[in-house]
Design a protein around this ligand. Sequence first.
Ligand code: IPM
Ligand code: MG
Length: 367
Amino acid sequence: MPNPTILILPGDGIGPEVMAEVRKVIDWFGTRGHAFDVTEDLVGGCAYDAHGTPLTDETMAKAQEVDAVLLGAVGGPQYDNLDFSVKPERGLLRLRKEMDLFANLRPAQCFDALADFSSLKKDVVAGLDIMIVRELTSGVYFGEPRGIIKEGNERVGINTQRYTESEIARVARSAFELARKRNNKLCSMEKANVMESGVLWRDVVNEVHAAEYSDVELSHMYADAGAMQLTRWPKQFDVIVTDNLFGDLLSDLAAMLTGSLGMLPSASLGAPMANGRPKALYEPVHGSAPDIAGTGKANPIACILSFAMALRYSFDMGDEATRLEQAVEAVLADGLRTADLMGPEGGTPISTADMGDAIIAKLAATA
Ligand code: IPM
Ligand code: MG
């Protein structure tokens, strides 16, 4: 059996720093009989600087061939005034679209050691473990027509929310499948009270439920009420499925329930490839944080936990994924914190690299 292949795209800002820690974790698994063939390439602003585009066709082709892509983060203030078509974010959106990664899994899990850290009361978040499934390849992010046009003597900005039945059905199936492996509860969120695309969304989710997943407990919520319920009592949810834009908003909200955006991983999955593995891209939910790039303050945990998701969803290494997650938990329980996890009581943060080393030390201790 050839080694599984991984394409690493560290990207911009803190992306390269946090990815360096993931490299250490990958290498550690390599010394324990789980070798991966890893290549690295550019995406985002650094790709624009080198090639005039945030993602070259060659890199896109590589991403289509590997078993999994690991991405750090893209973007930075120096790229703010670039034309939309070459902004760093377009590199990421192109990967999602052309790999057809329609199901974006964003778990929000509150580690015990960090329960005091949330802006919500401890009993509201302690033990929280929910999964947001965000549709990632359609909706208002990609709908046509789009653009800024001239109408009379003023400009009009246009984006289109568009969903086909099959796009809704396939992401709904992914969410139902996940619910079955968890607590068997799915809540679907849209705005069926004001949007036709929301009416269709609700209909199709109901149809898929009735035909294939009637054993799963299904509920529906308007996305605004969903945001309210997520802050009021998030533990009422197990799996949430929602569209691209609402999923973008709700997953940031859910992330903050857990205390820090620096903790949250994500997996973006598509259809199975010839080898049975799904097309897949793994990335932390946080952005490129240009303000702290290069200072050693970044938290590598979200990126490391994204690799744990790769172990579970791409490489059928669920036990190793759990082991890596437990190593992270153990390090936090020891009180080790990067700067983003410093509470009001203060303390001495450890660096990005020290956090990576501490996690590997825990891994090794469980060997
Ligand atoms: C995310 C990010 C992206 C998005 C940006 C960087 C394009 O906010 O992954 O949530 O809007 O999808
Ligand atoms: Mg976002």
